[in-house]
Unconditional design. Structure first.
Length: 132
């Protein structure tokens, strides 16, 4: 079904990115980490800034779980450079919390900062599903 979804989106980079991002998330949850990383990186190259940041945050998490420190650092740096200071509060909170999880997986002390910023944003906007 994943291939069918991607074939349906073919030719539209935004739709392709969305499908790839969703498929990569399924792969991540299923434990297919190599596929999750490749899908996330492919989505990041095609998508809008919203999809790109979500895909890069997921790629950082997967790379950390795979022990790919260089890829993890590249994804983290790209997220830091592109993370907007304003707007998209729900998405920003999600990205920050995903980056915290990536840092946790990499045993990186930056996890606390990302988690604090993400939870602070979630609390301020009452995004209760992110606070659980």
């Amino acid at each position: 079904h994943g291939w069918a979804a991607l074939a349906h989106a073919a030719g539209d980079p935004v739709k392709e990115a969305d499908v790839l991002h969703n498929l990569a998330e399924v792969c991540h949850r299923a434990g297919a980490l190599d596929a999750a990383l490749q899908g996330s990186l492919a989505a990041a190259e095609r998508g809008t800034p919203r999809i790109r940041l979500a895909a890069l945050a997921n790629a950082a998490h997967v790379a950390a779980r795979l022990g790919l420190r260089g890829e993890y650092e590249r994804c983290l740096a790209r997220c830091d450079a592109a993370l907007p200071a304003h707007g998209l509060p729900y998405e920003r909170a999600q990205w920050l919390l995903t980056l915290a999880a990536a840092c946790d997986a990499a045993d990186d002390d930056r996890a606390a900062s990302y988690r604090h910023r993400g939870l602070e944003l979630a609390w301020a906007h009452r995004f209760t599903e992110l606070l659980m």
